[in-house]
Design a protein around this ligand. Structure first.
Ligand SMILES: *Cc1c(COP(=O)(O)O)cnc(C)c1O
Length: 415
């Protein structure tokens, strides 16, 4: 029904004389790839892994609105709304609040590149992949990296943190709030105060936990907090909210060297977001307009729902899910209920099963994505995320039914 597509088949194009395309006459030597002449295929899947998660139609629709200029006054209005939405989601009154053009990693790098100067000491709590990742980024930019290490699922006491702060005297301490590679939600109370006692800033990763587990940036004295758009916030991947305290701003705007990244330099980004008090905003980079539309809508949903309701809802669904898992004879990886991340549940790989087979079976027969471990937790556990739009008892029951079926079908033979 679409002759133009057929006529443009890659083999045809190079040879065809009918359309006046002679090999000898054309400067184009690479033909259009056949795949590009077929329509986009993106199947529906239940994204019950650690992210991205399914996006509600309302957010998809917002992302599909006509593009406006990234520096039109309406866009600045939308960015101001996003800023307010993030301040609410983070529970902060920090002026230096914005969304990065990029995924969670962009926010991670933005925090490190702007706060830390080469040669300065950084302390990183590693109890899963995210601490490992931050340590690597800090090392690449020339920081002196010290680590506090536990196996996945472990957490750090304030006394352990204080000891390391006293010993290494870092300018920045990194902690993951929702360790999605282990399924752990890390206690944050008191950590900020301890850091400040040692003249250290506290950086917290809430990519997997924001909206799902309680976190109060100002009350918990967090200096830099970031998240991602595609987990409990339920926006498409590609934007990442971040906020800096006054203390963090003082450090990053009084540095001796320029940050290694131009794109992530907060002197420019703070101007783009209208946070630097200057009357004029000048071009720095083109923000992801559609991504910002979608992010605004997802923050609006969180504001309408209410943060506390959102936390409560995630906990209730998670508890229902945990009970169902135990009824199936499965072992939850995090023993202490209070330390379990409500958005991403981890279970020990059941004995007599190959975890890759389980995941493949569930994807093939149930169209559901679960995930295995990541980084140091590979081979230790399975991860099941029920966050935001995906977080409800019907989905939890569907995930349980898929697991029950897979447990029946995938048992390895003893032979
Ligand atoms: C997913 C995740 C990230 C990384 O986010 P990207 O958007 O993939 O860059 C960082 N930290 C945690 C805790 C995560 O779960």
């Amino acid at each position: 029904s679409s002759p133009s597509v057929n006529d443009l088949g890659s083999e045809n194009l190079a040879r065809s004389t009918k359309h006046g395309v002679h090999r000898g006459m054309s400067s184009v030597t690479i033909p259009p790839p056949a795949c590009m002449l077929r329509p986009l295929e993106a199947p529906f899947r239940y994204l019950f892994g650690p992210g991205p998660s399914n996006v509600p139609p309302r957010v998809l629709a917002a992302g599909g609105r006509p593009i406006i200029g990234h520096m039109h006054s309406e866009m600045f209005g939308i960015m101001n709304d996003i800023k307010k939405g993030i301040q609410y989601a983070f529970q902060t009154s920090n002026n230096m609040t914005l969304a990065m053009s990029g995924s969670g990693h962009t926010a991670m790098e933005c925090a490190l590149f702007n706060i830390v100067e080469p040669g300065e000491s950084v302390l990183v709590a590693i109890n899963g992949i995210w601490g490992e990742r931050v340590a690597e980024i800090a090392e690449r930019m020339g920081a002196k990296v010290h680590t506090l290490v536990k196996t996945p699922g472990g957490h750090f006491t304030n006394a352990e943190i204080e000891q390391a702060l006293a010993k290494h005297k870092p300018v920045l301490f990194f902690l993951t709030h929702g360790e999605s590679s282990a399924g752990l939600v890390h206690p944050v109370d008191g950590v900020g105060d301890t850091c400040h006692k040692y003249n250290c800033l506290l950086l917290v990763d809430s990519v997997a936990s924001l909206g799902a587990a309680p976190l109060l940036m100002d009350q918990q004295n967090i200096d830099i907090l970031y998240t991602g758009s595609q987990k409990a916030l339920n926006a498409p991947p590609g934007t990442a909210p971040i906020s800096f305290s006054e203390r963090a701003c003082h450090k990053m705007f009084n540095r001796k060297t320029k940050p290694v990244s131009y794109l992530l330099d907060m002197t420019h980004l703070s101007n783009y977001w209208g946070n630097d008090g200057k009357p004029e905003r000048t071009y720095h980079h083109t923000g992801p307009v559609s991504g910002f539309f979608a992010l605004r809508e997802s923050l609006a949903i969180l504001a309408e729902t209410g943060l506390e309701n959102s936390w409560k809802h995630h906990t209730e669904v998670a508890e229902y899910f945990w009970k169902g898992l135990e009824d199936l004879g499965l072992k939850l990886f995090i023993k202490d209920k209070d330390l379990r991340l409500p958005s991403v549940t981890t279970i020990a790989i059941p004995e007599g099963y190959n975890w890759k087979e389980l995941l493949a079976y569930i994807m093939k027969h149930h169209r559901i994505e679960f995930a295995g471990g990541l980084g140091p937790s590979v081979g230790m556990l399975l991860r099941i995320g029920l966050m935001g739009y995906n977080c409800n008892k019907a989905n939890a029951a569907m995930a349980l039914a898929a697991l029950e079926d897979a447990l029946k079908q995938c048992r390895m033979s003893k032979a």
